[in-house]
Design a protein around this ligand. Structure first.
Ligand code: PEP
Length: 255
């Protein structure tokens, strides 16, 4: 199974910076063979990224989308608009949206349904806060987020889903989860999906770890049995650092 390595740029990069980054990363694309790589720029940078990455194995992802196709939703972007730009993946339910912008479990579920219906592959983010971890309710939180986000979805569709386990306390803090904690949480996520949708679906699911992943620690996560990739924020912002991180992941998997 390929590793899925996703770069979440968050609210970073103008068009000029996007062009520079994408041109630089394309120079290394021969080194990325056999991996599923994607960059998720802000909406405004998607057209430039799409243009430079055309013909490259590096895929394009968006950081969010609305569940409606069109209408009076000021500031929002639909799946049709993303597909129009060649977007193949969309991050749904990122913790910064859940915790800073008030995105609810219900909205996450509506976005999941809309993404899957439109043919964009969602990367569903789940994870506990520091307070929830201290209260030892990580599993409870993961179970609630998953059951709600996957409500009314079909087992066949969930099979190809990517779920990113992103403990909130590890995002942007430089304090990554231990490989043991990442493995346990990922294995638990798979168990929940198996309980809801059956063994085949749970076994087919792709699970990423996200939270302060960098070139030095990626090897620890890339080889975990329950983890098939990483979602990277800060360490994906410079093309050379991201390229080094990808090569470190490949080295760890191949050794
Ligand atoms: C993220 O944005 O999903 C993320 C994991 O960020 P960072 O790698 O900076 O912790």
């Amino acid at each position: 199974m390929d590793l899925i390595i996703a770069a979440n740029w968050k609210m970073h990069k103008t068009t000029a910076e996007t062009i520079e980054y994408c041109q630089a990363i394309r120079k290394d694309e021969e080194l990325f063979k056999g991996l599923e790589l994607l960059v998720c720029p802000p909406f405004t940078a998607l057209p430039a990224a799409a243009q430079i990455l055309k013909g490259s194995p590096i895929k394009l992802g968006a950081q969010d989308m609305h569940w409606e196709q069109k209408g009076a939703f000021t500031g929002e972007v639909s799946s049709a608009m993303l597909l129009d730009l060649g977007v193949e993946y969309v991050i749904i339910g990122h913790s910064e949206r859940r915790h800073l912008l008030g995105e609810s479990d219900l909205w996450v579920n509506q976005k999941m349904k809309a993404a899957l219906t439109s043919g964009i592959k969602p990367i569903l983010c789940v994870g506990e806060t520091e307070a929830e971890r201290e209260q030892s309710i990580t599993e409870e939180v993961l179970k609630r987020q998953l059951s709600s986000a996957l409500k009314e979805l079909q087992a066949e569709t969930v099979k190809s889903l990517v779920v990113a386990y992103e403990p909130v306390w590890a995002i942007g803090t430089g304090k990554a989860a231990s490989p043991g904690d990442a493995e346990n949480a990922s294995a638990y996520i798979r168990t929940i999906v198996k309980d809801i949708f059956g063994k085949d679906t749970g076994d087919s699911l792709f699970i990423q770890y996200g939270g302060s992943v960098n070139e030095d620690n990626i090897g620890l996560f890339a080889v975990l049995p329950s983890v098939q990739g990483v979602l990277v924020g800060g360490a994906s912002l410079k093309a050379d650092t991201f390229s080094a991180l990808i090569q470190a992941a490949r080295k760890a998997v191949e050794s």
